[in-house]
Design a protein around this ligand. Structure first.
Ligand SMILES: *[C@@H]1O[C@H](CO)[C@@H](O)[C@H](O)[C@H]1NC(C)=O
Ligand SMILES: *[C@@H]1O[C@H](CO)[C@@H](O)[C@H](O)[C@H]1NC(C)=O
Ligand SMILES: *[C@@H]1O[C@H](CO)[C@@H](O)[C@H](O)[C@H]1NC(C)=O
Ligand SMILES: *[C@@H]1O[C@H](CO)[C@@H](O)[C@H](O)[C@H]1NC(C)=O
Ligand SMILES: *[C@@H]1O[C@H](CO)[C@@H](O)[C@H](O)[C@H]1NC(C)=O
Ligand SMILES: *[C@@H]1O[C@H](CO)[C@@H](O)[C@H](O)[C@H]1NC(C)=O
Length: 413
């Protein structure tokens, strides 16, 4: 009996192999790819395609900045949209001659006394020939911002021969102020020696001491060749500074395939009483020693590789919001399919935790859906005894429809 079933499945597989492209046959339905945990809540959907979102709340509206040609920005009355594009931060290519001048990454915008400062990144994938620039405006109405050029550079250009710009990568800017002194800090960095912090000059357009930048390192993964930490964010809440970052692989899953489960982006954090650290995670492990508590990660076989995060710090009556981009496994894995997601945060003994479930108060009605087909596939993949059985079954499911697949599965097991 067993043998005949196996033969049948082989025949089915061969037939399918002919009928479908190989990339589909061995594609992302494999259970090793997705994390199906249901201990993390699903996101509130933001209803916007974004990569590395950044949100500012100003005069009863959310303003969202994202990586894209000339840094597009949007406005909405609600985090779940609808979002209306206002314009772009840059009205042409950046004045900085470095990286990709037309397509900045990972903007971070902050406001001081009615002036907005947008820190943006110029780079190219896999390179540390990068710069962080800054542009300012006093109105968020689509009129041009003033591009002030580079704040820091690595690889080449003014200042790039000064440590730590000699070892780090000038991408993914974030910002924090010392609560007591008001001193502003730029945080930045990626796979090259991970995340760093330098004090900004009072004008916030340059670093305080270009010759001796007074840099501190915030995160590091020692004893590893690849150190996948980037996209820092610093927030403050009730006596603690929080250093957030994305850990793992961010992008290119459609072209380069999938990493081992949990090696994709996840959102991690450490905390400190001091803005300059050192930061430790929930297990008291230093962020400089590879530490970082996972706050949000792939879940339900549906949400994949969340990261590029920010925290919208608010007040006692409105909880903080964690926002990020993620891939929806039932939509696709191209970088331009990344979506805005968000969750309210609560603090358990000073540790941030994403709050369960869909935001019942948002204007976007909560969607209670059946688990996605991929989720079912993955779960059944866990139960089934052999990888062959699972692969064949999942492909039958994917290609011949759910009821046929289920029928075959029940017959088989
Ligand atoms: C979204 O809008 C609803 C009301 O329409 C409001 O109750 C809710 O707090 C809003 N949420 C956010 C995050 O803006
Ligand atoms: C810069 O980015 C744009 C938009 O993504 C792309 O079309 C262009 O080819 C890139 N240029 C370089 C030099 O990489
Ligand atoms: C804030 O901006 C206003 C108007 O632009 C200016 O008069 C005032 O001096 C500024 N305050 C500070 C603290 O910079
Ligand atoms: C290089 O940076 C220094 C310090 O920030 C600045 O004073 C100088 O004008 C810059 N030179 C150029 C050519 O941009
Ligand atoms: C708290 O934050 C919300 C949202 O940012 C804002 O609408 C409200 O006015 C704030 N309340 C106070 C007391 O600052
Ligand atoms: C994922 O995509 C499916 C199909 O479009 C949709 O029904 C579901 O609401 C989405 N979920 C999230 C969290 O994006």
């Amino acid at each position: 009996m067993y043998r005949s079933k196996l033969l049948f499945l082989w025949a089915a597989l061969i037939a399918l192999g002919r009928a479908t492209p190989a990339s589909h046959l061995w594609g992302p339905t494999l259970s090793r790819v997705y994390d199906t945990t249901d201990t993390l809540p699903r996101p509130n959907v933001g209803n916007l395609n974004v990569h590395d979102p950044n949100v500012v709340f100003w005069k009863d509206h959310y303003y969202l900045f994202k990586g894209g040609v000339h840094v597009p920005y949007f406005r909405a009355a609600n985090m779940s949209g609808p979002w209306t594009q206002i314009g772009t931060v840059l009205d042409g290519d950046s004045v900085i001659h470095q990286g990709n001048r037309s397509r900045p990454w990972a903007p971070t915008t902050v406001e001081r006394n009615g002036t907005f400062y947008c820190f943006y990144t110029l780079s190219t994938r896999g390179s540390r020939n990068s710069a962080i620039g800054v542009a300012t405006t006093t109105v968020l109405d689509g009129s041009p911002w003033i591009d002030h050029g580079a704040v820091v550079r690595t690889g080449q250009g003014n200042g790039s021969t000064v440590w730590p710009f000699t070892v780090s990568n000038a991408i993914d800017a974030s910002f924090i102020r010392d609560q007591a002194t008001g001193q502003a800090y730029l945080n930045y960095g990626s796979f090259w020696h991970d995340i760093w912090q330098v004090p900004l000059a009072d004008d916030w357009l340059s670093i305080k001491s270009p010759e001796r930048p007074d840099a501190v390192q915030l995160t590091f993964i020692p004893r590893e060749v690849v150190r996948p930490e980037e996209g820092s964010w610093l927030s403050y809440h009730d006596g603690y500074y929080y250093a957030w970052f994305s850990h793992g692989e961010c992008c290119n899953f459609d072209e380069h395939g999938f990493p081992e489960r949990n090696d994709e982006y996840s959102i991690r954090v450490g905390r400190s009483r001091a803005v300059r650290g050192p930061f430790v995670d929930h297990d008291n492990k230093m962020l400089l020693d590879g530490g970082g508590t996972v706050v949000y990660a792939s879940n339900h076989g549906l949400v994949y590789a969340p990261g590029g995060l920010g925290v919208l710090a608010r007040n006692d009556s409105s909880p903080d919001i964690l926002y990020y981009h993620y891939l929806n496994t039932s939509i696709g894995f191209r970088d331009d399919q990344a979506l805005l997601g968000w969750n309210y945060l609560k603090y358990d003994n000073g540790w941030p935790v994403v709050i369960d479930g869909i935001d019942a108060k948002t204007s976007a009605a909560p969607v209670y859906q059946l688990p996605s087909r991929l989720y079912l596939l993955t779960m059944m993949g866990r139960w089934s005894r052999s990888a062959l059985c699972f692969t064949a079954f999942s492909e039958i499911l994917a290609n011949w429809g759910f009821s046929t697949g289920l029928w075959l599965y029940l017959l088989w097991s």
